[in-house]
Design a protein around this ligand. Structure first.
Ligand code: BGC
Length: 761
């Protein structure tokens, strides 16, 4: 607000801009010719300005800007030296900043305003990892569209999402931002989120441009340490990392963000192979690539450029179009072009891409079209949006264990003790990367359970304090390991209750950017709390709240019931209560393997076989650990229901196919329990011998079905050679003839098995 007052005082708003109001969005051809016309009028300085992006100086999502003060930045906007801003939010603030560009610059080119709307703008949805546990891409489309609705009402036209990095390492804090470990599931969610954010028409004021990130392989940072080195093969890149990016681009993603990491010695930001050959070449991507926060400047720190000018040279050649907070293009590009080191055509290409998206958004028709304070007031945090958040919350929950049908709980006739600091926390469920969520605005588990039972006083004991001091996006957390006050009270309550519902897990800022951990066990005194409570009452339902797979091996051996409730957003507590009391029968499945110990990571179901996968000879010389099983605690795709399902009668329409033919694989699934429930039926395939080694299993399809008690349904998957294609020894995408196995089942470790042959034509 202070800054806006400053802008007003500086008299930036004297010129009145008359927008030409376009009724319908322009066709691609019209846009292309407008882009060319504008480009032909631009000076080199104006072009370079379009490639420059700054954060507002009053909200930051990265290290403090070194390049320019706020006042200098405002002057630069007026001179046309800034093409885009991030972290300016609110209809009024965006309008005011936009005016600086539109009303003062020679060509009146509007800026594009971006923000990290990762899992909601103010109404928070489950963190993306959690939402992937729904195995319902449609749900992600819906929540992304609501997030777009709120963000666009707040002046924004662009979100830095979806994050589609495949991640196999629970130590990496940013694992919460993606859809987990699987390229197939990840691709479905990537495409759904893009469609949700962008809708059918980018120029619609209720949608925002998506930005697929981080291109590429950021999830493969060595030892799970954020920003660290990546060294993966072209095969892993093509077969595992890139599919969700490709799916997002095919779904029409307007922009792509590159990544902080290097791959095999070349930082992504300077990677021509990734950005020019694959993205813009092979995939025909016609939007623009924005760098990550100062990732062009960090080329110097990586050690591939000696100064900003050299960094700019590398980045522009590699196809990085917009410089986020790096100050490199604005510093070095002019000299690079003048000296002939950079062909101006490269700059033109980058500008063309940025202008194209600005035109598609309709910013040239009306640069203020997203700045409507009335709409902003009316469409943010509405009842309807919260209803979507509640649906998303309960659909993201995974039932991990339920011995003796301890769940669902009874609302009456059972005394329930609610224990643990996280149970009453109204902030943690909002998760990391929480955009404009209001601090403490989530429905806590305690509140959700109170509302569900209609009892304003349910028995609650906090137990020992978890985090020392307030948690915050920018600070390191410290955990309480000494102050045991609260423990006795919790034990006493547990002792006199029939059932204990205990919330355990992570603070929201234990995950997210910069939050890698070497230890994924419960922190602070949480394990002690569990042990002490379990000693006096065995009927413990553990509700996990976390943003990464955590090591709960000890707890899983004891607690009779466990639900994985992640960080579920604004409606967290209501979603959890829906599941705990059986108003909703949980149907989520893990989008990521849960290790037994941190020493197992990276752990993922679609691994390679190795030459010695089993203990055939009965000696020590096989691929295993001598101190722990190599199997995960809970496999990918795992999740229970309050009812049970039986799989039978796997039928293949044929024992073989040739390219172009289709094979039907059908299975019967029966609800053998007493409650209606949904099941995610999963299809996995293995290619037994390839030109390169192939994963032991790969998810190739899934279907979520609803079954009444006693009801059976046939589920059919259609398989063709394109489903079997991969990048083999020659790095060409194709299916290789040979023998295949398939499984249809309830998770990646169980299923009915079949076999077929892919024959040559
Ligand atoms: C993150 C990006 C984010 C950007 C802008 C960076 O630090 O890596 O994911 O979009 O900041 O906030």
């Amino acid at each position: 607000m202070k800054k806006l007052m400053l802008l007003i005082a500086l008299g930036f708003f004297s010129f009145s801009f008359k927008p030409t109001m376009g009724n319908k969005s322009s066709t691609d051809q019209e846009i292309e010719s407008k882009v060319e016309q504008l480009l032909s009028k631009m000076t080199l300085a104006e072009k370079i300005g379009q490639l420059n992006q700054y954060t507002s100086r009053w909200e930051m999502t990265g290290p403090a800007p070194k390049g320019s003060s706020e006042q200098q930045m405002l002057e630069m906007i007026k001179k046309g030296q800034v093409g885009s801003m991030l972290n300016v939010t609110g209809a009024v603030a965006v309008r005011n900043a936009q005016k600086l560009a539109v009303e003062n610059t020679r060509l009146h080119i509007p800026m594009i305003f971006g923000y990290d709307v990762i899992h909601g703008y103010r109404t928070m949805f489950p963190i993306p990892l959690a939402e992937a546990a729904s195995w319902e891409p449609e749900l992600a489309r819906k929540s992304s569209s609501v997030a777009a609705l709120e963000a666009s009402a707040s002046g924004l036209q662009w979100t830095f999402a979806p994050m589609v990095d495949i991640a196999r390492d629970a130590r990496w804090g940013r694992i919460m931002e993606g859809a987990g470990e699987d390229p197939y599931l990840g691709s479905q969610f990537a495409a759904a989120r893009v469609k949700g954010f962008q809708g059918d028409d980018l120029s619609d004021i209720h949608t925002v441009a998506a930005c697929v990130k981080h291109f590429a392989a950021y999830g493969f940072v060595e030892s799970g340490r954020d920003y660290n080195t990546v060294d993966i093969s072209e095969s892993t890149l093509r077969n595992v990392v890139l599919p969700p990016f490709k799916a997002a681009v095919d779904a029409g993603a307007a922009t792509v963000m590159n990544a902080f990491n290097e791959i095999g010695g070349t930082p992504s930001t300077a990677n021509t192979h990734l950005q020019r050959d694959i993205l813009k070449g092979e995939w025909g991507f016609d939007g623009f690539v924005v760098s990550d926060w100062n990732s062009i400047g960090e080329l110097i720190v990586h050690g591939v450029a000696k100064d900003k000018t050299e960094a700019a040279n590398l980045a522009i050649h590699a196809g990085s179009d917009m410089d986020m907070e790096g100050n490199c293009y604005i510093t070095g590009l002019n000299e690079l072009v003048q000296s002939g080191k950079v062909d101006e055509k490269l700059v033109d290409d980058a500008v063309r891409r940025i202008l194209r998206i600005k035109y598609r958004l309709g910013l040239f028709d009306d640069p203020y079209k997203y700045c409507d304070e009335k709409r902003e007031k009316e469409s943010i945090l509405t009842k309807e949006n919260l209803a979507v958040a509640r649906e998303a919350a309960r659909r993201s929950i995974v039932l991990l264990k339920n011995e003796n049908n301890l769940l669902p709980l009874k609302k009456d006739g059972q005394t329930i003790a609610i224990i643990g600091e996280l149970a009453a926390d109204k902030d943690v469920p909002l998760g990391s990367w929480r955009a404009k969520a209001l601090t403490g605005s989530a429905v806590s588990m305690l509140e959700g359970m109170q509302a569900a039972t209609g009892k304003s006083t349910v028995a609650y004991a906090r137990g020992p304090k978890y985090v020392d001091g307030p948690s915050a996006f920018t600070a390191e957390l410290s955990f309480n390991t000494t102050d045991r006050s609260g423990l006795d009270e919790a034990v006493a309550l547990a002792k006199k209750s029939d059932v204990v519902v205990m919330a355990l897990g992570e603070n929201c800022f234990q995950t997210g950017e910069g939050r890698s951990q070497t230890d994924i066990k419960l922190k602070g005194l949480q394990q002690d709390l569990f042990d002490a409570v379990y000693a006096v009452n065995k009927n413990v339902v553990v509700v996990l709240m976390n943003g990464r797979p955590i090591d709960i091996t000890e707890i899983a051996q004891k607690a009779p019931a466990i639900i994985e409730a992640w960080h579920l957003g604004s409606e967290s507590g209501n979603g959890i209560a829906d599941v705990l009391f059986g108003n909703y029968n949980p149907a989520g499945k893990l989008p990521i393997s849960f290790p037994r110990a941190v020493g197992q990571v990276p752990i993922y179901y679609n691994h390679k076989n190795s030459g010695r996968p089993t203990n055939g000879e009965g000696n020590v010389f096989w691929s295993h650990y001598t101190d722990l099983s190599k199997e995960p605690l809970f496999p990918f795709g795992y999740g229970l229901s309050y009812t049970t399902f039986e799989y039978s009668n796997l039928k293949l329409s044929s024992g073989s196919i040739t390219p172009g033919e289709k094979l039907q694989a059908t299975v019967t699934v029966k609800n053998t329990g007493n409650l209606a429930g949904e099941e995610v039926v999963q299809l996995y395939i293995r290619d037994l011998a390839g030109s390169i080694t192939r994963p032991v299993k790969e998810l190739k399809g899934f279907r979520k079905i609803m079954l009444q008690p006693g009801e059976s349904k046939e589920v059919t998957f259609t398989i063709s050679d394109s489903d079997l294609a991969f990048y083999g020894a020659d790095l060409k995408l194709k299916a290789e003839p040979g023998d295949f196995k398939l499984w249809i089942g309830t998770n990646s470790a169980e299923g009915l098995e079949g076999a077929f042959v892919l024959k040559q034509n």
